[in-house]
Design a protein around this ligand. Sequence first.
Ligand SMILES: O=P(O)(O)OC[C@H]1O[C@](O)(COP(=O)(O)O)[C@@H](O)[C@@H]1O
Length: 403
Amino acid sequence: MQSASTTTLYQLPSLRGKFQTLLSRTRLFPLRNSFCRPRTRPSISGSGMRPVIALSGSSSSSLPAVDDGFVTLIEYLGKRGINVEDDLVVLLDHIQYACKRIAALVASPFNSSLGKQKGIGAAAGSDRDAPKPLDIVSNEIILSSLQKSGKVALMASEENDAPIWISDDGPYVVVTDPLDGSRNIDASIPTGTIFGIYKRLEELDDLPTEEKAMLNSLQSGSRLVAAGYVLYSSATILCTTFGSGTQTFTLDHSTGDFILTNRSLEIPRRGQIYSVNDARYFDWPEGLRRYIDTIRQGKGKYPKKYSARYICSLVADLHRTLMYGGVAMNPRDHLRLVYEANPLSFIVEQAGGRGSDGKNRILSLQPVKLHQRLPLFLGSLEDMEELESYEDVQQRVNPGYEV
Ligand SMILES: O=P(O)(O)OC[C@H]1O[C@](O)(COP(=O)(O)O)[C@@H](O)[C@@H]1O
């Protein structure tokens, strides 16, 4: 029997009619090609292990020389950079602003008055004057920025049961997890914002709002035109893709700008690190146990003993994996396809890696529910191939864990 994560929208009888209509109205060519100039991957940035500032006057750069050697996010996106559509530049400008506000919030000494943890003060929604948890505040910050951008038709967020329709003529759809890893925030463990950007499906404009909002939110990850995450850690790092490689920008606190630090982040083909919550070992399927036991002992295809690293904060675990290689995983049905797995898989693929549910390429899955959960494996190409060769790696026993 097919699992929920591999059932296509088309196969669900209740949605089949709507999906047929959707398909007949939807252009089938990849939308992202219309947003970016042809892929250029200048060699200035090195392997991705050590981000470098883009220097002016580099002969290998396709960007024009700049006076001081610094390129901001907006300059990078604009006409003198990779030249994405103006609407997308405006949208990214608003998203980066929201993320800077969230960065300030998570680092603020006044957070206790905001109630970092769910459950401090009254639960969200039960008391108008109660302090709100930071993930709810972050959600409001992002929503407000998207509304002000004038470029967004709808936002679908982890924090809202249903997608929020913003504007009939906004050209984009934004999916987001506004503050992932927030369960760790009282300990100042890194957190992150994840976002993915689609084109609004104009073919659906005549449908009732609720219906078109849901169908727009359930677009396959293969239709993403851009995706990104922001890591709130010792540095605040914005990692993006517009379908032509993966770039990182680091927040310069002195100017408030995200500065390009790596214009072509490439994940090593093979790492020596696995990242998983291995307290769950006895709930894992046999294939996953064998895989982890093998690489731990240095008996896998790469004959070195692997190390374990697990922060339990998805963006941080992924960022380290992109930098150093290896595989980051959560084998149980926990992480969400629409606003976590899809944007992050797009980024990983654009960096030369792979995103999978243990069997299928994430970007080939058709979401059927906004908050659909699935096992998630992200990492270096060779590590991912080796892991998937064990076949039985999806954790079916998922009792729900307290911590
Ligand atoms: O409990 P597990 O299975 O280790 O899951 C940890 C994962 O859950 C997350 O905290 C997200 O979970 P929530 O969406 O419930 O906050 C990730 O940041 C982290 O990678």
